[in-house]
Design a protein around this ligand. Structure first.
Ligand code: PRP
Ligand code: URA
Length: 209
C-alpha cells in the first residue's frame, strides 16, 4: 500500500505559511518553494540504498557509505513542478530531469498532456515526480501512469500541499507509489482548488495573474 509521508518540521510549516499568504509575491514564493523542496528532498531520498566504499582520509583508510547508484530522475509536472526542481537538484546534483507537460481542462478537470521529454534510461531510474499541488489527483495519477508505460517501476511523488481527495485517487490508482507532502489540507472547493491552499501555484511562481 502506498504510504503518505507528511513533513512534520517547524521550518517547513513556517515557510509554507508565508507562501499561503496572498500578499507574498512571486520572488519570495519561488525562493521559499525552492527551500521547502530541498528540505522535503531530505525525506524523499531517505531510503535510497547505500554501499560501502573505501576512502583514504588524510589520517587513515576506512569503509564509508555512498549511494549505491546515482540513477535518479526528477520529473516536474509543467508548469508548476518546475518550481520544486531546482531545490531538489541542489540536493541531488547528479539527478537527471525529465519533463512532462499537463494542464487541467478547466471544464472537465481532466489532465491534458502537451509535452514529454524523458532521459533514455528513465525506466531503470528512481523517479521523483514533483508538483506543488495534489488537488483532484488527476494530473499526478496521469503522470505516474505515463511513466509506468515507459517502464518505470520505482516512482515516488513529492507535492507541497495535498487535498485528501487527491491522495485517495493516487493511492487507489497507484498503490506502489509513496506520496510525500509538506502539509495535508482540508478539502477541495467547487473549482477543485485546495482549501485553504495557496491559490494557483503556477500563477504564483511565474506571476501570470
Ligand atoms: C496545477 C498543479 C497540478 C494540478 C493539480 O497545474 O500544478 O499540476 O493543477 O490539480 P489536479 O490534482 O486536480 O490534477 P495546472 O493544471 O493549473 O497547470 P500549470 O502548472 O500550468 O499552472
Ligand atoms: N492547482 C493549483 O495550482 N492550485 C490548486 O489549489 C489546485 C490545483
Amino acid at each position: 500500500m502506498s504510504e503518505l509521508h507528511v513533513m512534520d518540521h517547524p521550518l517547513v510549516r513556517h515557510k509554507l505559511s508565508i507562501m499561503r499568504d496572498k500578499e507574498t509575491g512571486s520572488k519570495d514564493f519561488r525562493e521559499l518553494l525552492e527551500e521547502v523542496s530541498m528540505l522535503m528532498g531530505y525525506e524523499v531520498t531517505r531510503n535510497l540504498p547505500t554501499k560501502k566504499v573505501t576512502v583514504q582520509t588524510p589520517i587513515t583508510t576506512g569503509e564509508f557509505d555512498m549511494l549505491a547508484e546515482e540513477n535518479i530522475t526528477i520529473v516536474p509536472i509543467l508548469r508548476a513542478g518546475l518550481g520544486m526542481t531546482t531545490g531538489l537538484q541542489k540536493l541531488v546534483p547528479f539527478a537527471k530531469v525529465g519533463h512532462i507537460g499537463l494542464f487541467r481542462d478547466p471544464e472537465t478537470l481532466e489532465p491534458i498532456e502537451y509535452y514529454c521529454k524523458m532521459p533514455d534510461d528513465v525506466a531503470a531510474s528512481t523517479v521523483i515526480i514533483v508538483d506543488p499541488m495534489l488537488a483532484t489527483g488527476g494530473s499526478s495519477s496521469a503522470a505516474i501512469g505515463f511513466l509506468k508505460k515507459r517502464g518505470c517501476n520505482n516512482i515516488r511523488l513529492m507535492c507541497l500541499i495535498a487535498a485528501p481527495e487527491g491522495v485517495a485517487v493516487v493511492q487507489n490508482d497507484h498503490p506502489d507509489v509513496d506520496i510525500y507532502v509538506a502539509q495535508l489540507d482540508e478539502s477541495l472547493n467547487e473549482h477543485a482548488y485546495i482549501v485553504p491552499g495557496l491559490g494557483d501555484a503556477g500563477d504564483r511562481i511565474f506571476g501570470t495573474k
